[in-house]
Design a protein around this ligand. Sequence first.
Ligand code: URA
Length: 211
Amino acid sequence: MTFAEPHRDCDLCPRLRGFLLEKRTELPHYFNAPVPSFGDPEPKLLIVGLAPGMHGANQTGRPFTGDWAGDLLYAAIAEYGFSRGTYGGTADDGLTLTGAMITNAVRCVPPQNKPVGAECTACRPFLSAQIEDLTSVKAILCLGKISHDNTVRALGLRLKDYPFGHHKIHELSGGRRLYSSYHCSRYNTNTKRLTQDMFYKVFADIRQFIN
Ligand code: URA
């Protein structure tokens, strides 16, 4: 595993850098930096989220840890045998991932959870290098359309050939597959756009594929 994570003081995105500096003053006990990927250094499954949540990953320093989206994601990860230990919502809960790694398309928390296009573009080289470096990966799971579109671009592919859809599966080179799901956000689950059953079915397919 040789890919690089953004530096704590990465300044590729002036808006995100300014936002993090504000949060370092306002919320000094939060992580307030690019959140590094978490999981197995030789994963078969790479899960790509959108960006750290303000009071989840941006607080705890671990992707999807400490918020609603993480409760659903880490439950699915455990259910399909990709973790050991119990998810406790903190970075020191002792949870380890087995065969999976979680990262985000944009590594810094964005205002209103919405990165702009230029921020996705600026952060994309980190994801490209990561995918290239993780030769063990057989399946990539993108959570939400922004994650999906970023991942397709990070792979050097065209969006029109690889459209987003919930539970859509695209074949990639080298026998790999790209899976996509609606994002496991509180909004999507509250509105029933995404149910636990729908989410688990995607994981069940992935588990069967990479077994
Ligand atoms: N937390 C993350 O790390 N990523 C998301 O996409 C949502 C919450």
